[in-house]
Design a protein around this ligand. Structure first.
Ligand SMILES: [Zn+2]
Ligand SMILES: [Zn+2]
Length: 477
């Protein structure tokens, strides 16, 4: 039997490069590998009226503008016509392919957890480090917080995400998925946001170069397992249409047949509220999403106050994070304290320019840029500024994407401490700056999550008295 006929000519013509480009577009390191939009597929959205009787109404999660999105979805991404945020990311394979890839990623991840990551040979002694072994060692050495960061972001979050995805995809193969599946899927997606395996791999590369200057370092099987896991996990993300999974777990509330209030352009103006977890539109009076159970708010609750509080916390932590030592190296009776800048200067002295630049961008530039961008967003929102909303929306998206990469220095410290536990020959301990730095990174990530980008666009619909018309959100709870 030959190959099945393809119903869409464009898909048959897709070259392997095009498919790879589409897959890369959906990765979390998207900003660094952004492929020109010409590869991203057609945008099948319209603001005015439904294109087909089965078109569904969606609100942009970043500006609240309503769009009719064609269904069944095309394989490209559908973007907001006003702010450019992605409304719906297309998937490039079936749910069964996604299930197989998630299962393969799980096997590779479990293998990566079971074997040594790196082996260090120094003065006739050998020290092996695996991911769980490093976490255990850090807890035993009196650094439970560092161990907790490693366990949460590198072990638990990816494991919970993968096992949850496998469970949800298995449930979808049944005629009647378990009624808890949608709620589990919401939690699974949140775990995915805190998984930082790709940042950890970058941390391993930096630690490898640092350690290779003082000892012989041999990569272990776990490193190859982790690399293969990253490739398979990226493929698993790119084949799955998340919007279609949500639809299979419960249809959209508003379909083409529905009438919208005349002149309503945003969900709020149409007396609707969009669920930020699953995208379902519900009446403004509803307090929780009937599909995934998430609490509904027309705008994030106390967004300004929470973002300001977290932003000020990050600013206060930025100084100790950069001035205090993040790591102490005790070697042959000599103690050397390293600050973040000290580490960068060390890489420059040893002519490791790419690593110096990488640590400078990830640990110094990204946190300060995030603080400045959040301050600009908050101040312009407070002044009800309607200037450059698209540029501000892009800045917000940038901070959302790059924040996690600042964790690379924390993973380097984690690995260095775990690797160089060679008793009297050499020891490395984390310094107080590392605590401040990790807290600062978490505070900025949370600040970005607390900020509601829809506030940027609300200024455009404010009346002359600076109030949002008559459609204020009723208080919930
Ligand atoms: Zn938008
Ligand atoms: Zn929902």
């Amino acid at each position: 039997m030959g190959y099945g006929a393809c119903s869409r000519e464009a898909d048959c013509l897709a070259t392997p490069f095009t498919r790879m480009a589409k897959g890369l577009n959906s990765l979390s390191w998207y900003p660094f590998l952004r492929i020109p939009m010409m590869f991203a597929g057609k945008v099948n959205v319209t603001e005015s009226s439904p294109m087909t009787p089965s078109s569904i109404l969606m609100a942009c999660s970043e500006c609240d503008l309503l769009h009719w999105v064609e269904r069944p979805p095309t394989r490209g991404n559908s973007s907001c016509t006003r702010c450019g945020a992605i409304l719906r990311r297309g998937g490039y394979g079936s749910r069964d392919v996604a299930l197989a890839l998630h299962a393969a990623a799980m096997v590779l991840f479990l293998l990566a957890l079971s074997f040594p990551l790196l082996t260090l040979h120094l003065h006739g002694t050998a020290q092996e480090a695996s991911i769980p072994g490093s976490a255990r060692l850090l807890a035993n050495l009196g650094w439970p917080w560092l161990s907790a960061v490693l366990i949460t972001t590198v072990i638990l979050a990816p494991l919970a995400h993968l096992s949850g995805m496998i469970y949800v995809l298995l449930q979808l193969r049944r005629r009647q998925p378990n009624r808890w599946t949608a709620r589990i899927f919401r939690i699974v997606e949140q775990f995915g946001a805190w998984g930082m395996a790709e940042v950890f791999i970058l941390g391993i590369i930096v630690s490898y170069v640092k350690l290779a200057q003082m000892a012989v370092v041999v990569p272990g099987p776990s490193l190859y397992g982790l690399g293969a896991f990253m490739v398979v996990a990226a493929a698993a993300v790119s084949v799955l249409d998340i919007g279609a999974v949500w639809e299979a777990l419960g249809g959209q509330a508003v379909e083409a047949a529905s009438e919208l209030p005349k002149g309503a352009r945003t969900a709020r103006e149409a007396n609707l509220v969009a669920c930020l977890s699953c995208g379902r539109l519900s009446p403004l009076k509803d307090s929780s999403c009937s599909r995934c159970g998430a609490t509904l708010h027309s705008r994030k609750l106390k967004s300004r106050e929470r973002t300001w509080a977290l932003l000020l916390t990050s600013i206060l932590l930025y100084l100790p994070a950069n001035l205090l030592p993040v790591m102490r190296v005790v070697s042959l009776g000599r103690t050397q304290a390293d600050t973040i800048m000290g580490g960068i200067i060390h890489f420059m002295r040893t002519r490791s320019w790419p690593l110096a630049l990488l640590i400078f961008i990830a640990s110094v530039l990204v946190p300060i840029l995030k603080i400045i961008i959040l301050a600009i967003l908050l101040i312009s929102e407070r002044r009800h500024s309607s200037r450059w909303p698209e540029q501000r929306a892009r800045l917000y998206r940038l901070t959302e994407m790059v924040g996690r990469w600042s964790m690379v220095d924390i993973f380097v410290i984690t690995l260095m401490v775990a690797m160089v536990e060679l008793g009297t020959v050499a020891t490395i301990t984390p310094g107080p700056g590392a605590v401040a730095f990790a807290l600062m990174v978490f505070a900025t990530i949370l600040a970005v999550q607390c900020f509601d980008p829809r506030l940027v666009w609300d200024a455009l619909t404010l009346d002359s008295r600076g109030r949002l018309g008559q459609r204020e959100e009723p208080a919930h709870g």
